[in-house]
Design a protein around this ligand. Structure first.
Ligand code: SAM
Length: 233
């Protein structure tokens, strides 16, 4: 549906998590037509805008200025402007800036319009081979080991598939700690570099996945999924 004159609202525009071909037609159209475009890292987003032929500069909206930007955005929408928000990758607000802006707009009674598209958690879940009927998005775990172990312990008997984000620096520690709490036979999926050249999905017991990962590189971006207790492949 063409939206050349986007109505005054906040548009949460999902962008690719790796493969630029995943940008949606609606995202391209809105990225070019909203009155104001805000981006988590404006230099990073410039690459996407150039690739889709949108010649404009985004304004910054990141974790350090989000509260102030939220006020600017609500004022702009109240003055009849359309505002788009993108993050570095995937869906804004999902382990990325966005929530505080959405909350401010919602509290002010303004329209918030999702423009759905890529999301690493859902992409990983859909291809994992783990149950998809119930899942619990856990985002990033706390960096301190004791806190991480407490989160794992609280979910040992969880009936939903657990979905975590993890960085390349901590993936080995994550798996080591997961094995110590859930045991080596628990089924997990490691989804690495989704939609990119080195995309890898490893599904098996924690022991098997750790062994497979140990043989290759553990560089990249990861989604880790942990199946419910008792699940077998
Ligand atoms: N807003 C994004 C989304 O909708 O998925 C998530 C942003 S969060 C700051 C970044 C984390 O998402 C990474 O550390 C990784 O855990 C996960 N992630 C993002 N892109 C990924 C990809 N291509 N493959 C695997 N995991 C990815």
């Amino acid at each position: 549906m063409p939206e050349n004159n986007a109505e005054p609202a906040l548009y949460l525009i999902a962008t690719p998590i790796g493969n630029l071909g995943d940008v949606t037609l609606r995202a391209i159209q809105l990225l070019g037509s909203v009155d104001r475009l805000y981006a988590e890292d404006t230099r990073h987003s410039q690459r996407l805008l150039q690739a889709i032929g949108v010649d404009r500069q985004a304004l910054p909206c990141h974790e350090h200025n989000e509260q102030a930007v939220a006020s600017d955005i609500t004022r702009a929408i109240q003055n009849g402007l359309s505002c788009g928000l993108i993050s570095d990758a995937g869906t804004p607000g999902i382990s990325d800036p966005g929530f505080r802006v959405v909350r401010a707009c919602t509290a002010a009674g303004l329209k918030v319009i999702p423009v759905p598209g890529p999301n690493a958690a859902v992409a990983a879940l859909s291809a994992s081979g783990l149950p998809t009927d119930q899942f619990l998005f856990m985002g990033f775990l706390p960096p301190r080991r004791a806190a991480r172990l407490r989160v794992f312990e609280a979910h040992i008997e969880q009936s939903a598939t657990l979905v975590f984000y993890e960085s390349t620096h901590r993936i080995d520690k994550f798996l080591e700690d997961a094995e110590s709490i859930f045991g080596p036979e628990r089924i997990i999926c490691l989804a690495r570099e989704l939609t990119k050249r080195h995309e890898t999905l490893l599904t098996g017991t924690i022991l098997e996945v750790r062994q497979a990962l140990g043989k290759g590189s553990s560089k990249g971006e990861f989604v880790v999924l942990i199946a419910k207790s008792g699940y077998t492949l």
